[in-house]
Structures are given as structure tokens and as C-alpha cells.
Design a protein around this ligand. Structure first.
Ligand SMILES: Cc1cc2nc3c(=O)[nH]c(=O)nc-3n(C[C@H](O)[C@H](O)[C@H](O)COP(=O)(O)O)c2cc1C
Length: 379
């Protein structure tokens, strides 16, 4: 399955084209909109979320509520475009409006400086409009479609926020408990930790500073054998890491025990294999996080993703004006203080995308019923 996304942060719209969906997959638009609303939520978000209320429009590929097997096009119109049209039009823009939105005090931690040098631009606006995490709205919309495809096979994805700027949730949770995280303000399940995290965010906001954090994403119900050890490009752990690392501000991905494997011996890392009539093959532990040799092994997939603090600080970081070369304080547009709750929704969407791709690659299928029958026949 191929996903292409396009769109600028303050342009007219964001779009996604998904190729490779089978025919007859029912598409629940309300479910997509619910995911989009969650991506805009969470304690510590900035002013942009108050302007936009993201809603998806399905432009192609579906009829009467289900897919046709043709490319599915999703679209989210940017409400903010109404006040940016003079500066962001794809045709001739108003010079004064462009000058007003021009950004030359390039922001540390952003694509601004490397982008203007690479694309021979003089206005970092031409870089940041695409680099912005606004792009993740359309990835979440597409992710919701992929989740609906996976749900038709009994595969579920859930997660929670494990850390916000040093405040750790510290819990260990059963899969069903994870669904509660989306109804909290921080995405944490431990209410004491959540209260501390909110205090931390308030304190950072007061000081013009920002937070990062980490999330855990888990997948239940996917059978073994998705992904492959045959070529490096097919390895599922590599594909998941690539997808997750492509999310704006993500700096680390762990699978299963992750970095902890470096500090312990083999007997505390590898999952011994058992067999019973009732369960078939199984492992009593899951330190591999459900992936061995680049393939699912039938256990829960467990991933953790870390995000750096939001790079736009209201207090401003030192930089250089790329026009005058003078020392300056970086531009600070309206910005989030903490977006870790949103990261959790985005990471779920990306995991759904990678897994749906691996399922389609192995099972093919012109119709959803064919995919379901082929999945049922797997061991
Ligand atoms: C959900 C989400 C929201 C974000 N919001 C902001 C923001 O309001 N301001 C900002 O400066 N960066 C924000 N970022 C981070 C930047 O988009 C990101 O750090 C930047 O594009 C540079 O990319 P890199 O960090 O991957 O190198 C956000 C990231 C995510 C995932």
C-alpha cells in the first residue's frame, strides 16, 4: 500500500492518497474525525488548535460508504487559509502579505536554515510550511483508514504517554487499560504522574520553555510472519523505525526491551519458546516486542517513541538572521508547549500504516473478503 501526503501548514488543504486498499472496506468517517480531534488535544497545545477543527473529506476511491479498490483521496481543509490566502496562494501572492509572513530569523531545532540553503530560498516560510507537524493531521486521517483495515482482521492498536519532560508514568498496563489514555488530558494512565506532568507543563509555559516526552504503542492480534528476513528492506522492525522516526521531533524508537538489552545478559533478553495444544507456539515473556528476524512472532508488538521538546521557545533561542547575518533571537510563532499526547495518536497512525502495508504485501486481495479469508487461513 502506498501513501502520499501533500499540503502546506497554512496552504489551502492537506491531502493523502492511499493506493492498494481492497474493495468493500467500509470507511467510517466519524472514526477518522474522532482521531483528528484527539490529535488536536492534550494538555499544553498552542493557539493553532483553537483555529482548526479538522474534518476529513473523502474525495475519491469510495462510494456508498465503502472503498472501490481505486486510490482513496483524503482531504483536510485548513481553516486558517482564509487569513493567509494573500501570502500563501498558489498563484501570485500579495507582496505586503508575503513580507509580513516572511521568516529570516531561522529557528534552531527546525528545518529552516538547512532548508533555505538546500532549496535556495530567502524566506524560511517556503521551508517551514511543509516541515511543520501540521502534516501529521493527514497522516492521522490515513492512519485511521489503515486501522479500519486492520480491525477487519481483528488487529488493534493502542498506547499511552509514558513520560513528559522527566515525569514518568511508571505503570505497567494490560492492553485493554490502554484505551483509557485517550480520554485523559495528558495521555498518562497514572493520575499522580499526570498531575505532576501538568504542573511541569505550566511551569515551562510560564518560563517560555517547552516539553518533550515519550509514548508506548502496542499492537494486539497480528499473526506471525508479517515482514521478512529475506531482504533488509522487508524487515518489519526497520520499517516501523523508519515510519516512526519520520514523525516531526521524534528522536528515538525502541522495540521491546529496546536500549535495555545493552545492559543485561542473554538469559534476561531472549524469550523462550513453548507449545501447548490450546495456545500453539507461545512465549512466556515478550522482551522482543513481538518481532524477531524482521517478522512478527504473534506476540504483542511493543514500541516506544521519544520526542524532543518543541523547538519554538516563547523566550526565544539565539540564532542568526539569514538575510543580514546579524545575531538575533529566533522567531517564535504561536506554538505548542507540549505535544506528546498528539504524538501518541500520530505514532499509532504510522504503526497502522506500516502494518497495513506488510499485510497487503503478504496477502494481496482485490476485496476485503479475500484478505480476511487469506488471513484466517494463516497459522
Ligand atoms: C504533534 C506535534 C506538534 C508539534 N508542534 C510544534 C509547534 O507548535 N512548534 C514547534 O516549533 N514545533 C512543533 N513540533 C516539532 C517540529 O515540527 C519539529 O521539531 C521540526 O519540524 C523539526 O523536525 P525534527 O525535530 O524532526 O528535526 C511538533 C511536532 C509534533 C509531532
Amino acid at each position: 500500500m502506498k501513501l502520499t501526503t501533500a499540503g502546506e501548514s497554512h496552504g489551502k488543504a492537506l491531502v493523502a492518497i492511499i493506493e492498494g486498499l481492497p474493495a468493500h472496506l467500509p470507511i467510517d468517517k466519524e472514526q477518522i474525525n474522532a482521531e483528528l480531534a484527539l490529535r488536536q488535544s492534550g494538555y499544553g497545545r498552542g493557539g493553532r488548535q483553537k483555529i482548526e477543527k479538522d474534518e476529513v473529506e473523502i474525495l475519491t476511491g469510495a462510494r456508498n460508504g465503502e472503498t472501490l479498490g481505486s486510490p482513496l483521496t483524503l482531504c483536510i481543509y485548513n481553516k486558517d487559509f482564509a487569513s493567509w490566502e494573500n501570502a500563501m496562494s498558489s498563484g501570485a501572492c500579495d507582496k505586503a502579505a508575503m513580507a509580513q509572513k516572511r521568516l529570516t530569523k531561522v529557528r534552531p531545532g527546525h528545518a529552516d536554515l538547512s532548508g533555505i540553503l538546500k532549496f535556495e530560498q530567502t524566506d524560511a516560510r517556503n521551508i517551514l510550511e511543509r516541515a511543520s507537524a501540521r502534516e501529521t493531521a493527514i497522516r492521522v486521517a490515513a492512519g485511521s483508514v489503515y486501522k479500519q483495515y486492520l480491525a477487519a482482521l481483528g488487529v488493534e492498536i493502542a498506547g499511552y504517554v509514558t513520560e513528559i519532560c522527566g515525569v514518568k508514568d511508571g505503570g505497567r498496563y494490560a492492553f485493554d487499560e490502554l484505551f483509557y489514555a485517550k480520554s485523559t488530558e495528558t495521555g498518562m494512565l497514572n493520575s499522580e504522574a499526570a498531575a505532576c506532568a501538568k504542573e511541569k507543563i505550566d511551569e515551562l509555559k510560564k518560563n517560555g520553555d517547552t516539553a518533550g516526552g515519550a509514548v508506548e504503542i502496542r499492537v494486539r492480534g497480528l499473526k506471525s510472519g508479517f515482514g521478512s528476513m529475506m531482504t533488509y528492506a522487508e524487515k518489519l522492525d526497520g520499517r516501523l523505525a523508519q515510519g516512526l522516526m519520520s514523525i516531526q521531533a521524534v528522536k528515538a524508537v525502541e522495540i521491546g526491551a529496546g536500549f535495555a538489552v545493552a545492559g543485561v545478559s542473554g538469559k534476561d533478553v531472549h524469550d523462550e519458546i513453548f507449545y501447548s495444544e490450546e495456545r500453539g507456539y507461545y512465549r512466556a515473556t515478550n522482551r522482543a516486542g513481538g518481532i524477531e528476524g524482521g517478522m512478527t512472532n504473534g506476540e504483542e508488538i511493543v514500541l516506544r517513541v521519544a520526542m524532543k521538546p518543541i523547538p519554538t521557545l516563547m523566550k526565544g533561542l539565539r540564532t542568526v538572521d539569514c538575510e543580514s547575518k546579524a545575531a538575533e533571537i529566533a522567531a517564535s510563532e504561536r506554538s505548542d508547549v507540549c505535544a506528546v499526547f498528539a504524538l501518541e495518536r500520530i505514532a499509532e497512525a504510522v504503526v497502522a500504516q506500516v502494518l497495513a502495508d506488510a499485510v497487503a504485501e503478504r496477502l494481496g486481495g482485490d476485496t476485503l473478503a479475500q484478505v480476511q479469508a487469506r488471513y484466517r487461513d494463516l497459522p
